[in-house]
Design a protein. Structure first.
Length: 218
């Protein structure tokens, strides 16, 4: 995971930074690793280079979570799971939105606060958070980001509302308790990015080292 925190940035600026990071990374891959891409294409039988070029300069479609749910509800018959506001959007539903409906990568913003982490800043409606997810076809969320809650009192309230043990978050609270500044952050999934670049469909074939629950302290 590539994790970035940046000061005095709102959600639209985080979206711009995220797209720039994604575009730059893909351009560098095309520039420096063309031979490897051609080699991998022989085995995957897919056009890796063309796949990458498709999204480098493409304008992603931005929609709210509310709009995404409305579209999915209108097409409920295509899905097994019942569509309703307040639920995570499944992989099947993400593929429908990106591959069939919009035929483009999409950016979903303003998710319900109950399905996002405690550290995201809650919007004025008190129902959603200032968040964004970039969704790629067949891959799903490649980058997720949000404005961060910088007020310690509001942060503590969010932790308690999610019924988390506040003592276990001492290390995160220390980043706020002595005061901080408005800021945002994002995370890019390196393994998912490699899935898109290589057209390898199972993420377990991408992970370079073992990962399992509780193998690191935090």
């Amino acid at each position: 995971m590539l994790e970035i925190e940046t000061v005095f940035k709102k959600i639209n600026e985080i979206i711009k930074i995220s797209k720039n990071i994604l575009s730059y990374s893909l351009k560098q891959i095309l520039k420096k690793n063309k031979e490897e891409l051609i080699y991998i294409s022989k085995y995957t039988k897919k056009e890796n280079i063309e796949n990458i070029k498709k999204i480098i300069n493409k304008e992603f479609i931005k929609i709210t979570y509310k709009k995404a749910i409305k579209i999915l509800k209108e097409n409920q018959k295509l899905f097994i799971d019942k569509i309703k506001w307040g639920k995570d959007i499944s992989t099947e539903q993400e593929n429908f939105l990106t591959i069939k409906y919009f035929k483009s990568p999409i950016i979903i913003i303003n998710h319900p606060k109950n399905i996002k982490p405690f550290y995201m800043k809650i919007n004025k409606d008190n129902k959603t958070v200032s968040s964004m997810d970039i969704i790629l076809p067949k891959i799903g969320e490649i980058i997720g980001g949000s404005e961060r809650e910088n007020n310690i009192n509001k942060l503590d309230k969010n932790i308690k509302n999610k019924k988390l043990n506040i003592k276990k978050y001492w290390w995160y609270r220390d980043l706020r308790i002595y005061g901080t500044i408005p800021h945002s952050g994002l995370g890019l999934g390196i393994e998912r990015l490699l899935m898109y670049i290589t057209n390898i469909t199972n993420i377990r074939d991408i992970i370079p080292f073992p990962r399992y629950v509780n193998y690191i302290e935090f």
